[in-house]
Design a protein around this ligand. Structure first.
Ligand code: PLP
Length: 363
């Protein structure tokens, strides 16, 4: 049906800025007047060398990352980090604490179990992962090697509004809200994010790791690609990195800087989410938001109509009206609008209008 670009609410890979796509079209043919397209450049040549260094530099500037941290572009997505982190830092007699807020933390636990013991400092299972815990709901164990949490629960639409309080090293899966607002880098030992939600295309994982944490805790003898210290020494280029993905991430960083950085994008994101939550609130006899009000995500708005049949009708009619990607995650059902950094404000407004009309005609 679509002959033109439509509003894409996909949870990831997701909408990228128009300006980035337009520039990429040109750079695929011939980048920086080199006579060669970005897809065809050697990763060891000057053009790509400049791109990856600028990308790291812009990332540091955007998120205010100090020299105490490595910035790495690794492969295997966020999911490889579920294994790579415990493999590098756990081992006999060591354990991690987890703040379990949904499927993505559970997936991390499944792999971590291979390398050490798990202590649930919080388990949201009993409340169907409908909220982010208060400090009083969290009980850390004695001396975990690190604490694992997920800052935005993509599936349920719940988001941490603070960094969990702990004196233990903190590891965060920031895949679905990285760079959506200013980040307290210094409160973390390691942050990772699959790039296909807020940063660019699939095929890469951004890792921000504290150098002292790596020096103190990483075990020796790891395979090259699974060794943070080695990858840092090689500046993410032990082997051929996903060059095109890194190039696009670099363009997205420049776009974010041009938007005014993370404070500005945060305001923009809050406004986009508010439009949708207002639409839910206005017709609250018809729509229900999944997350508890104090925990609602600014990135993923998970909601439902009165029943599964109407959810399906909503998805079908929304697609006809030019809105794609609104089906909820298969684990939760219902509907979900993912509105990451690059998703345009007009798209949120247009969906809110559609929601109001749909409620009127189907109640
Ligand atoms: C999408 C997502 C992942 C998985 O990312 P991959 O890059 O596909 O491995 C992990 N964690 C969170 C929070 C996600 O949203």
């Amino acid at each position: 049906m679509p002959k033109k670009r439509i509003y894409n609410f996909s949870a990831g890979p997701a909408t990228l800025p128009d300006e980035v796509i337009e520039q990429a079209q040109k750079d695929i043919w011939n980048i920086r007047d080199s006579g060669i397209g970005i897809l065809e450049h050697s990763h060891r040549g000057k053009v790509f060398e400049d791109i990856i260094r600028e990308t790291e530099h812009d990332c540091r500037q955007l998120a205010n990352i100090s020299d105490d941290y490595e910035v790495l572009f690794l492969q295997g997505g966020a999911t490889l980090q579920f294994a790579m982190i415990p493999q590098a830092f756990l081992g006999a007699g060591k354990h991690l604490d987890v703040l379990n807020t949904g499927i993505w933390t559970e997936n991390a636990i499944k792999d971590a179990k291979r390398f050490g013991d798990i202590h649930y400092a919080y388990d949201g299972k009993d409340s169907q992962f409908d909220h982010i815990p208060q400090d009083s709901e969290i009980n850390y164990s004695k001396d975990p090697t690190y604490v694992h949490y997920c800052s935005n629960n993509t599936i349920y639409g719940t988001e941490w509004k603070r960094v969990p309080k702990t004196e233990h090293p903190l590891v965060c899966d920031m895949s679905s809200n990285i760079l959506s607002k200013p980040i307290d880098i210094d409160k973390h030992a390691l942050i990772f994010a699959g790039t296909q939600k807020n940063l660019g295309p699939a095929g890469c994982c951004l890792v921000i790791a504290n150098k002292e944490f790596l020096a103190k805790n990483q075990r020796e003898g790891l395979p090259f690609l699974l060794d943070y210290k080695h990858m840092a020494a090689k500046r993410s280029m032990h082997n051929t990195p996903p060059t095109f993905t890194i190039y696009i991430i670099g363009r997205v960083f420049k776009w974010l800087l041009a938007q005014g950085g993370l404070e500005a994008i945060e305001q923009h994101n809050i406004a986009k989410a508010k439009v949708l939550f207002d639409a839910i609130e206005k017709d609250k006899d018809f729509y229900t938001a999944f997350g508890r009000e104090d925990s609602r995500s600014v990135m993923n708005v998970a909601f439902r109509t009165p029943n599964a049949e109407l959810d399906k009708k909503f998805i079908d009619e929304a697609f006809q009206a030019g809105f794609s990607g609104l089906k909820g995650h298969r684990a939760l059902g219902g509907l979900r609008a993912s509105i990451y950094n690059a998703f345009p404000a007009e798209g949120s407004k247009a969906l809110a209008k559609f929601m109001t009309e749909f409620a009127q005609t189907n109640r």
